[in-house]
Design a protein around this ligand. Structure first.
Ligand SMILES: [Zn+2]
Ligand SMILES: [Zn+2]
Length: 134
């Protein structure tokens, strides 16, 4: 599947292939960085992601976690984690094929917002799902 995406303002455009997993993360860091009740990411091998245009900026609030965002509109684009070396986590919401990319697991499910009820039946990891990630 060829995957394409763009940020809110459209200046940052990406393309990618071979999605490895689709992760819903309920941790407080992802919730704040995304602004959403649960963050959704698609994992790719770093070599399978191309940034075609834009002005990517990044911030490393916690050592070993690099979050990239559009320098024009601030949309969160990727997360890169030292402990998941070689993979990059792209925000699902900016992808044109988001509807076809169903979640494969929940991470930090114990931290979910209690009013959030998702009826999928994929694996739920109470804390970090790092052992189950590529
Ligand atoms: Zn933008
Ligand atoms: Zn998280």
């Amino acid at each position: 599947m060829e995957i394409t995406g763009q940020c809110y303002c459209g200046k940052t455009r990406i393309s990618a292939k071979n999605p490895l997993s689709v992760v819903l993360c309920h941790c407080g860091d992802c919730r704040r960085a995304s602004g959403a009740p649960v963050a959704a990411f698609v994992a790719f091998d770093e070599a399978d992601l191309t940034v075609n245009s834009g002005n990517l900026q990044n911030v490393e609030v916690n050592t070993g976690v690099l979050r990239e965002f559009c320098g024009y509109c601030g949309s969160p684009i990727t997360g890169r984690y030292d402990y998941l070396h070689g993979t990059v986590y792209v925000s699902l919401g900016l992808l044109d094929q988001a509807d076809a990319l169903e979640p494969t697991l929940h991470a930090h499910h114990d931290n979910r917002l209690q009013w959030l009820h998702l009826s999928d039946d994929v694996e739920r990891h109470g804390t970090s799902a790092r052992d189950a990630l590529p």
